[in-house]
Design a protein. Structure first.
Length: 120
């Protein structure tokens, strides 16, 4: 059995906490009116079928516009599911443009499975 580098583990989990959130945590932020912008990076048709209340739709191909985003508010990004990498790809592009970002783990699937409100 190998010995874990506890400093490396601490740094890894600190980074995880800084840049990832979950559906319940995001729902709490919304209830507390925290200054976040929720960004749905899915296709417009999927966004229209249902999305997190208050989310803006910024699908791939429009990320560069930064439409609806501000540098003084954290953009919380989500896509379809745990295996979807669109939110992570969007986070790279938006952070490169100076937008503070977080990703909601599990995507819209996790939000729905958590039985949280959906806006249509």
């Amino acid at each position: 059995m190998s010995t874990q580098d506890t400093l490396q583990a601490r740094d890894f989990f600190a980074q995880k906490l800084a840049f990832l959130t979950g559906p319940y945590e995001l729902h709490g932020q919304l209830r507390r009116n925290e200054p976040v912008t929720i960004v749905d990076v899915r296709l417009p048709s999927d966004y229209q079928a249902g999305h997190i209340p208050g989310a803006i739709n910024l699908p791939q191909g429009k990320w560069h516009t930064l439409a609806g985003l501000r540098k003084d508010r954290t953009a919380v990004l989500y896509c379809y599911s745990q295996t979807c990498k669109l939110a992570a790809a969007a986070a790279v592009e938006l952070a490169s443009a100076g937008i503070p970002v977080m990703e909601m783990e599990g995507g819209f699937d996790a939000w729905v499975k958590s039985e949280l409100p959906v806006e249509r």
